[in-house]
Design a protein around this ligand. Structure first.
Ligand code: BT5
Length: 311
């Protein structure tokens, strides 16, 4: 990767990375099988011509500016049931904070409340982060909101994209969903043991492969986007904000969430468990809860739920 457009000899590679020249050849063959185009010229050596559009851990780590998130380890799968399930399993086995599980497709991608997440192959980002914050369980919705904020900010970096947060866990472009977040946790009665933060982002997915209520980045901009660059940006944005949150500084983040909110100031109907709450979304409070002003003047705080915008 550091020697693009340049041949390097098998000898140099073997000295640099260890192993024999024969093993270098074996690895080159493996990389080719993975989709890398590598030119091989006798007496000159090898040249990396083209990398495949695959979210291999070493591709993401190359240029990733975080301290822990994604730096510790990235587990990549061509296909998996659900990255959240795998991250949960790894966390239970003791994997540390910062480990990321990422897949090209999910056979059993999960939404909230037993719903499904459609995960077409190689076109979206399906990833889960293991977190081990020293917090009580009531801080978990705030972390979901911070994740939503980091995805919105990362996507807004792309020309032509205006992504908004539909509290608590959706990122929308216009009225269509481009990303969903699924937070799961294991906890003692009040302390969090670990959190698995799952994100599904539609990047280069064509519309026909998504539900009617969904869109993708490519669908909006008309251009293919580098999924690896988006993953890096999301992880960087998230780590920065997550650190602030851990220092007890949520005020500035809350302001950003409010600025990027799709629903503040609008009439909403929220289903929380079996309860329906109707009113105007007026605030996001210091815990990340949505404050709804009901018709009779009551202010109600809501911690999770499905939001529908009313006309
Ligand atoms: C969510 O649930 O939005 C959470 C989605 C989390 C997905 C990630 S992918 C990586 C990680 N591993 C997993 O197994 N899951 C996480 P919810 O708010 O319940 O929304 C689910 C609803 O969104 C579905 O019922 C569909 O209507 C819609 N939907 C399904 N697939 C979609 C997609 N690719 N894009 C947009 N909307 C989708």
């Amino acid at each position: 990767m550091k020697n693009r457009r340049k041949h390097i000899s098998g000898e140099d590679i073997s000295v640099h990375l260890g192993g024999s020249r024969a093993s270098v050849w074996k690895y080159i063959m493996e990389l080719r099988k993975d989709g890398y185009r590598i030119d091989a010229v006798p007496n000159l050596g090898y040249m990396l011509v083209l990398s495949p559009d695959v979210l291999f851990g070493y591709e993401i780590k190359n240029g990733l500016r975080t301290e822990r998130i994604g730096k510790v380890d990235i587990h990549h799968y061509k296909s998996i049931t659900s990255t959240n399930d795998e991250a949960y399993r790894l966390a239970e086995a003791g994997e540390p904070e910062g480990v990321v599980v990422i897949a090209e497709t999910q056979i059993g991608g999960k939404g909230r409340l037993g719903r499904k997440w459609v995960s077409p192959k190689r076109s979206g980002i399906y990833m889960s982060l293991i977190l081990r914050p020293d917090v009580e369980t009531d801080a978990v919705p705030t972390i979901t909101l911070i994740a939503a904020l980091s995805v919105a900010k990362a996507l807004n970096n792309i020309d032509g994209i205006d992504a908004r947060i539909k509290w608590p866990n959706d990122i929308m472009i216009g009225s269509k969903k481009v990303c969903g977040i699924l937070t799961e946790m294991k906890a003692q009665p009040d302390r969090v043991d670990f959190i698995v933060l799952g994100m599904g982002i539609n990047v280069n997915t064509s519309r026909g492969r998504l539900p009617d209520s969904a869109t993708s980045i490519k669908n909006v901009t008309g251009k293919e986007c580098d999924r690896g660059a988006i993953v890096r940006r999301v992880l960087e944005e998230f780590e920065k904000d997550y650190k602030e949150f851990q220092k007890g500084r949520f005020a500035a983040l809350r302001k950003e969430c409010k600025k990027l909110s799709l629903i503040l100031g609008k009439k909403v109907e929220i289903t929380e468990h079996h309860r329906k709450i109707k009113g105007k979304a007026v605030d996001i409070d210091e815990k990340g809860a949505l404050v709804v002003l009901e018709r009779d003047g009551t202010l109600r705080r809501v911690f999770s739920g499905d939001v529908v915008l009313c006309r």
